[in-house]
Design a protein around this ligand. Structure first.
Ligand code: DAT
Length: 169
């Protein structure tokens, strides 16, 4: 089972992936993989971010063992399932400010999170999709919440409800 671990920057993907690795999961850092395999095709100076062509990444076939592909572009890869991590936009804002992001980039990501952007991108591509809210969960609790949902047993998306649309006002 090859799983995209996705979500807006700052929601806690890397932390969750590290927790999963401690429990024996294989983890692929999509950004590092893109750099190693020449899939970084440019740099957007305005965005201050690398441009990755995910079509250039060759995903290995499923060998039966669970693999997490971690990164906010991972849901653009042809994988078997997706985990979408969510976070209250107000908490996200303080995390991104602490990370030193410029104000406009903080607001762009906070808005994307409040309007479910990544969920909306991932839903059409992944019948086996699990969404969980990381706001009041430790990394251990969040991992358990995804694992308990059982990506391999899913017949339809399992989307934990979050509603932060009022944060847009
Ligand atoms: P991402 O990889 O999605 O950009 P991250 O894992 O680097 O996010 O986490 C961003 C910050 O939030 C980092 O300082 C650690 C903290 N964090 C992550 N998961 C958390 C959790 N479940 N509870 C509290 N803080 C968390």
């Amino acid at each position: 089972m090859r799983i995209a671990l996705t979500g807006t920057p700052g929601v806690g993907k890397t932390t969750l992936a590290a927790e999963a690795a401690r429990h024996g999961w294989q983890v692929v850092d999509v950004k590092a993989w893109a750099q190693e395999s020449g899939a970084v095709v440019g740099h957007d100076v305005e965005q201050g971010a690398d441009e990755v062509d995910t079509d250039l990444l060759r995903v290995p076939p499923d060998d039966g063992s669970p693999v997490l592909y971690e990164g906010h572009l991972s849901h653009h890869l042809p994988l078997d399932a997706a985990w979408v991590v969510r976070l209250d936009p107000l908490v996200l804002r303080s995390r991104l400010l602490a990370r030193g992001y410029p104000q406009w980039k903080v607001e762009e990501n906070v808005e994307a999170e409040a309007m479910d952007l990544i969920l909306q991108e991932a839903l059409p591509a992944f019948p086996r999709l699990i969404q969980r809210d990381g706001t009041r969960r430790s990394p251990q609790e969040l991992l358990a919440a995804f694992v308990e949902a059982g990506s391999d047993r899913l017949k339809a998306p399992d989307v934990e409800a979050v509603d932060w649309s009022h944060r847009l006002l």
